[in-house]
Ligand binder design. Structure first.
Ligand code: UD1
Length: 429
């Protein structure tokens, strides 16, 4: 298994290109199941999760072609995927695939909407607390599907097709909003989603569904109206830039110091996080190219924040912020309100010398002057990158084990950081 070795203490200087958003690319790829025609997606990041989903979709009968590089493109240009679900050969998503990536459960919406049936494995255990699928099932029931659970599989049946309905979520869910959007796009009549997730990735998927022929209004607000179409058609859509990758590198620069342009990043996708970083002492400016992040020698100020659905501070940046605050001048407080048990990074950060105290869903971080390199273990995607951030400012060497978690969600992480002067390398095997 690959490891990543980091020697801390170097400032970051240069440009980091921001990739397409993983959390938009995955549902966009799944949306290809809604039409017999070809969906072309540009700016798709090269990630393990994307490859896995390609595999899962092929299992259903989707032809996936990855375009080669064209003139003028370099390794920073995302890939173009052509997804063609002319014939769905199998409406079952088996356990051995769904268990590897939760988001693959989302194939259930498009499959039942188009084929009238789907058999999708329950996602199973997950490292970050209980992440149920009850909202997804409520959506499909509201749209007229019959739901049974048999031997760990959800069977969804709607032989006469789905029918528009009013759906009100008891709690904001990104995934269940995707399910509702996609399924309602092929349902008869109108669907109204109340308390919808407002994440930019929802807006991106809705924009693509509109290109495919659905009529959607209100994506990005809490109420979304969808007029279903009988058939959806071919479309071409670029994946929006990854706001979590953007925030992660912004925090890496705030941690290590330096001056970096996050090329292609869009500030409006992560305003709350950028405001917080400014408060902590990073200098952040929006440029034509993207976002410029600077920090000179001055220490960081502590912050207090709770994670929240968009436009609040994202749970997917919580671990990275905690790493950053471990060196602030004073005591910070971070409350996790979205997921239970999303503090697995705490004990690993402690190995580097961070002083963090957990009380229920709140972490109190007492800033220390120095972190010291140590061997640490990546536990999940966002937690693992928080260890990289901490290591950039730690004295000596840190070896991050189990980096396959990083490969799921960060494209060429070590190259991007090394290009800006970080002493970071992948150690194979
Ligand atoms: C998505 C993101 C993930 C991010 C999360 C929250 C993708 C691929 N993943 O995950 O990176 O951390 O949003 O921003 O886009 N819940 C239920 N029942 C359900 C569904 C969810 O109770 O049926 C709960 C969850 O346990 C959690 C909350 O709702 O407490 C929000 O989860 P949700 O927004 O659905 O997360 P995901 O869509 O899985």
């Amino acid at each position: 298994m690959d490891r990543i070795r980091i020697r801390g203490g170097r400032a970051l200087k240069g440009t980091i290109p921001i990739s397409g958003a993983k959390n938009a690319a995955l549902p966009l790829m799944i949306a290809s199941l809604l039409t017999e025609e070809t969906l072309v997606l540009d700016n798709v990041p090269r990630l393990a999760d994307v490859s896995l989903l390609q595999h899962i979709l092929s299992n259903h009968g989707v032809d996936v072609t990855v375009s080669g590089k064209r003139a003028g493109e370099n390794e920073n240009t995302g890939q173009t995927l052509q997804l063609s679900a002319r014939t769905i050969v199998d409406t079952t998503a088996p356990y051995h695939l769904v268990s590897k990536m939760r988001a693959s459960f989302w194939v259930i919406g498009p499959l039942v909407a188009r084929m009238g049936e789907a058999r999708v494995s329950m996602p199973g255990g997950c490292a970050i607390g209980i992440r149920p699928v009850d909202f997804h099932l409520d959506v499909l029931r509201a749209l007229g599907a019959e739901i049974d659970i048999e031997e760990g599989y959800v069977l969804a049946r709607a032989p006469k097709g789905l029918k528009g309905a009013r759906i009100e979520f008891p709690k904001v869910s990104v995934g269940a909003t995707h399910t509702a959007l996609m399924a309602a796009s092929l349902a008869r009549g109108e669907t109204v989603i109340e308390n919808a997730a407002r994440e930019p990735e929802i807006v991106d998927v809705a924009a693509c569904l509109v290109k495919m022929g659905a009529r959607i209004e209100g994506a990005g607000s809490s109420t979304i109206h969808i007029q279903g179409a009988k058939h959806l058609r071919a479309a071409r859509h670029p994946v929006l830039p990854d706001r979590i990758e953007t925030g992660t590198y912004a925090m890496a620069v705030a941690m290590a110091g330096g001056d970096v342009v996050l090329a292609g990043a869009r500030a409006e996708l992560l305003q709350t996080a950028l405001d917080l970083l400014r408060k902590a002492g990073a200098e952040i400016t929006v440029t034509n190219e993207g976002i410029r992040v600077r920090r000179d020698g001055a220490g960081l100020a502590p912050v207090e924040v709770a994670t929240a659905p968009f436009p609040g501070f994202p749970t997917d940046l919580q671990a990275q912020l905690m790493a950053l605050m471990s060196r602030a001048r004073g005591t910070s407080r971070i409350t996790e309100t979205i997921f239970e048990n999303r503090f697995m990074h705490v004990q690993e950060l402690a190995r580097l010398g961070a002083r963090i105290h957990l009380d229920g869903e709140t972490a109190t971080i007492e800033g220390v002057e120095k972190l010291k390199g140590a061997p640490v273990m990546a536990t999940d995607l966002r937690a693992s990158v928080s260890l990289v951030i901490a290591a950039l400012a730690a004295e000596g060497e840190t070896m991050v084990h189990r980096v396959y978690h990083l490969d799921r969600g960060f494209e060429r992480l070590e190259q991007k950081l090394a290009h800006c002067g970080a002493a970071i390398e992948r150690v194979a095997g």
